[in-house]
Unconditional design. Sequence first.
Length: 333
Amino acid sequence: MISKTPLISVIVPNYNHERFLKERLDSILNQTYTVFEVILLDDCSTDNSQAILLEYAKYPKVSQCIFNEVNSGNTFFQWKKGIELAMGDYIWIAESDDSCELNFLEKILEPFLKDAQVVLSYCQSNRINEFSAITGNWISHTDNLSVSYFLQDFIVESHEFIEQFFICKNVIPNASAVLIKKEAIDLQHHFDLVPEFRYCGDWMFYFKLIVIKKIAFISESLNNFRYHSNSVIARAVESEKRISIIDIDFKMRAVLMQYLYERKLPNIAAIKAKNRFIKRNFLTYEKAILFIQTGKKIKGYFYMLTAVDVYVQHNSLKKSIKRKITRIFKFKY
């Protein structure tokens, strides 16, 4: 049990989010849990962000307000800088275009107070648009993995969580929903700042952080994850970038599997098998379909059919994938 009242360091990395900054910062400064510091970081914004940040820098809880002279090109450099500056026991990366409920910190901290092995606690998130209207919920993000597991709170061993969910995809879609134990962070090994990993660096960071520890989930939607035309996730799903992102996924999985081997997880064989299945039966085919959609039609079509016949073991899945291909080509199958 934790006897003292823990200090939380709230890191706000910003780049050109002047439209959302006041809402974001107000949702932080008015939290019901009040033992925190705020670190404001701006990555050389070209809008009016810096003026807003200077205004909020006057608040007593703001311990740092730093403006980069040159854009870093990678938000995870800002994460790392904020963690290095943080004085708190726990870290909250509060993305500058999101918002949250005023009891977010109070609720998200509770699992750490219950179990000392918890190194990461996160909650469910609403989807909001650029006007802050709720448009949905991120529970749908995990529906293809389990329709019931994420409807309730849990604290679970990380190797079980990795095998069931985290090896499949990043089921923590938004950093703003996460609180992390600072002493569990290894800045040298948990961050991989290779530029090509900038779209999945959060997944890699969480993955390495939780190994051989515990992870906690709060099913209440206390975080508001904003989806707008300039958000990272919106840019990442543009079709012309998606093919390269799939290639990055393959490379990242190799790095993560090596990391897991070195930690000798008790269920490493099961995780390896699931990872292999995902690569063969999903990522390969998604990439092939995207090749087709972006113009490499004939090569992509025959490659896809061959890959399906060779790798897909289940007939129903094989037929489903082939139908998807032929619909794109408007051929009959």
